[in-house]
Design a protein around this ligand. Structure first.
Ligand code: PBG
Length: 341
């Protein structure tokens, strides 16, 4: 073998060299922190399957956001657990609903914090689906009840408007109905919120990684006659990448301002494909199951949880994500800024 001319190890020799040639960086600005708002006061319920994550009443949520802000977190995304659920998810679009209340409190306490809201029905419907169910057929109850796409669209638009009216900086639809970006855009524009951007959960896959979230948001589909058992009728099949590109193309055409792939790590190929073909800002959602796996292994002492988390998020950036939604945002930002709390 001839002596190799190129020796990549030369630029790995010292920390200064490694930093010089580093291609990707992870910064606190790249993180969005999901928070769960619940009714009440002084409520801080630990979510068992997600160590470090809590259901928070609005007062506690504001304090938590402040702690995150102090650590360097500049963006949050809010999920809400309402007082009451019903078949049409009324709590989702009430102007005094849990999310508008949380948004108003946050914007008042932390005007510079970017507040995003998740726009979906699953936390608010008594059946747990991300839209309203089709009316039962004449054949009798318990038949053919899927989620009704077009009945759901105006409700999502109303929800987005309620969030914008409360002061949300960005609305993020996660329901996966067809046409929802256009419906939400029209609703926002008609209500005078033409400057509020839409972050579309463009390629959201139906899979097994959302379990802990459904504990936190109390949003798992309920078992019952005529109620679909899962979300496979609207979220994407994990096997499909071409379809993900079509989903993104549709959302772009409908007016999405930013895109998301969800979950993150098993779907980084999809992140890369979208990054290469579309120029909108792109995010990855490091979801609850992914977070829980790291936490569980770290608790057993099997991995260094902090380092694995940093590496994971960096790899999302390398794959092409501009920003990442992660439950580890406060801790990671604290590590990155040296302001650990
Ligand atoms: C609501 C929604 C879900 C998540 C974000 N928005 C749950 C679901 O689709 O069941 C999952 C987030 C996570 O697992 O961290 N549709």
């Amino acid at each position: 073998m001839p002596y190799p001319q190129e020796r990549p190890r030369r630029t790995r020799r010292t920390e200064a060299l490694r930093r010089l040639v580093r291609e990707t960086a992870l910064a606190p600005d790249d993180l969005v922190w999901p928070l769960f708002a619940v009714p009440g006061q002084r409520v801080r319920n630990a979510v068992k399957s997600m160590p470090g994550v809590f259901q928070l009443s609005v007062d506690e949520l504001t304090a938590e956001a402040q702690a995150g802000y102090d650590a360097g977190v500049r963006s949050v995304i809010l999920f809400g657990v309402p007082e009451a659920k019903d078949p049409v998810g009324s709590g989702a679009y009430a102007d005094d609903g849990i999310i508008p209340r949380a948004v108003r409190a946050l914007k008042q306490a932390l005007p510079d914090l970017l507040v995003m809201t998740d726009v979906c029905m699953c936390e608010y419907t008594d059946h747990g689906h991300c839209g309203v169910l089709k009316p039962p057929r004449a054949g009798g109850p318990g038949q053919d009840l899927g989620v009704d796409n077009d009945l759901t669209l105006p409700l999502l638009a109303r929800e987005a408007v309620a969030h914008a009216r409360a002061g949300a900086d960005v609305v993020a639809p996660s329901d996966m109905m067809d046409g929802r970006v256009a419906a939400i855009r029209q609703g926002l524009d008609a209500a005078g919120f033409d400057e509020v951007p839409i972050l579309s959960y463009a390629a959201k896959f139906a899979g097994a990684f959302y379990g802990p979230f459904r504990d936190a948001a109390e949003s798992a589909p309920v078992e019952g006659p005529g109620i679909p058992r899962d979300r496979k009728g609207y979220q994407m099949d994990p096997a499909n990448w071409r379809e993900a590109l079509r989903e993104v193309a549709l959302d772009v055409a409908e007016g999405a301002d930013m895109l998301m792939v969800k979950p993150a790590i098993p779907y980084l190929d999809v992140v890369r494909l979208i990054r290469d073909r579309f120029d909108l800002p792109l995010s990855a959602y490091h979801v609850s199951g992914e977070y829980a796996m790291i936490k569980a292994a770290a608790e057993r002492g099997w991995i260094d949880g902090e380092r694995v988390m940093l590496e994971t998020l960096l790899c999302c950036r390398r794959a092409g994500a501009d920003f990442i939604l992660t439950y580890g945002a406060k801790d990671v930002a604290g590590t990155l800024t040296g302001r650990r709390r």
